[in-house]
Design a protein around this ligand. Structure first.
Ligand SMILES: [Zn+2]
Length: 349
């Protein structure tokens, strides 16, 4: 991309898809970062795995039900003092920006959406594999991300505020590397920050290396689902590299018990890295199609509860000596500074 990253950061929030220095793009328009307030950095109004349309006899909830479910979830978050969230659903995972706009307008909540593509194993990869027979598909992806960031998603006019990319467990596939390179190019071209998906607490260091080597400032990157590891060395490598760590799957005990996520987070505070952690649940409020058998529906909706951090995790953090000020750092200051691109202090390793 023939755009100097330093120069692109000077462009005002009005012309950038993602951010100016003190502006963040929400689905209902740009807002000052100072207005973000308490912010959850990884929750989903809805998810639809690529191919869900084929299960036409089990379409999942209709639009009115989805709006009602999401509005209720957001009212619960507003009761806890939250005013903003990031829904980093990639473009090929059933992302529904019209739903996000409808819910944002109904609640007054700030919702930031993403452009980008999911991991190879579970994304809409057939389309891009087909296109790759004919083209440099990475350039096509980068153009697509930039188009959404600058002109909006399709004809909606809704502009994403961030770029999403993902790896599966233990490896970055060639396809995923192509998506990462495209995400980096789009970030450098537009100034948009990046948030990632990792599996089982792996590949975060490589994700950081690939993005920063391509010119994305480290502090414009969140390595998502970092709480999938309890390895403080892994966490501190990413933290010392100057990126944010997503402790963003509280409640998903099938992947990692919360007590272990909390212990890992406490160690990061002890090592001075609490200024670069953001928290969330990766909760999904509506599933398109029927990816879970009906018998599991109740358990699924209990599992994905975006109020858990305040109800259950904060008391655990308090018991470990984490202060209210440090908790406010996680939910207010760190999201704001991430979107502003404020430089992070050097960390000793
Ligand atoms: Zn997610």
């Amino acid at each position: 991309m023939p755009v100097d990253p330093a120069e692109s950061m000077d462009v005002s929030g009005d012309t950038l898809g993602a951010t100016g220095a003190n502006t963040v793009q929400t689905v209902t328009g740009p807002i000052p970062t100072a207005d973000l307030g308490r912010t959850l950095m990884h929750e989903h109004l809805s998810i639809g795995y690529a191919g869900f349309e084929a299960h036409s006899s089990r379409p999942g909830p209709g639009r009115a039900e989805m709006v009602a479910v999401c509005t209720e979830r957001i009212r619960q978050l507003q009761d806890l003092g939250y005013s903003s969230m990031l829904d980093p659903c990639p473009s090929d995972l059933g992302r529904d920006v019209d739903l996000m706009v409808e819910v944002a307008e109904a609640t007054g909540f700030n919702i930031v959406c993403a452009t980008g593509l999911y991991k190879e194993e579970e994304g809409g990869t057939a389309y891009w594999h087909f296109r790759a027979q004919f083209d440099d598909v990475g350039a096509v992806m980068a153009d697509q991300f930039i188009s959404e960031l600058t002109d909006g998603v399709g004809s909606t006019g809704v502009r994403p505020g961030i770029i999403k990319c993902a790896t599966g467990p233990g490896a970055m596939t060639d396809y995923e590397r192509t998506v990462f390179d495209a995400a980096a190019a789009a970030s450098v071209a537009t100034g948009a920050p990046v948030t990632t998906h990792t599996d089982r607490g792996t590949m975060g260091g490589l994700q950081q290396d690939v993005l920063t080597a391509a010119g994305v400032p480290a502090n414009r990157v969140i390595i998502g689902h970092s709480c999938g590891s309890t390895d403080t060395g892994y966490h501190m490598g990413i933290a010392a590299g100057g990126s944010y760590l997503g402790f963003d799957r509280f409640g998903i005990g099938t992947l990692m018990p919360d007590v272990d996520r909390v212990a890992s987070l406490v160690r990061l505070f002890e090592q001075g890295a609490g200024d670069r952690v953001v928290v969330s649940h990766d909760s999904v409020w509506c599933w398109r199609g029927e990816p879970f058998p009906p018998a599991l529906a109740g358990r699924v909706s209990d599992l994905f509860d975006p109020t858990r951090f305040d109800r259950e995790i904060v008391p655990m953090l308090h018991d470990s000596g984490v202060t209210d000020e440090q908790i406010e750092m996680l939910v207010v200051d760190n999201p704001r500074r991430f979107f502003e691109g404020v430089p992070l202090a050097e960390l000793g390793t």
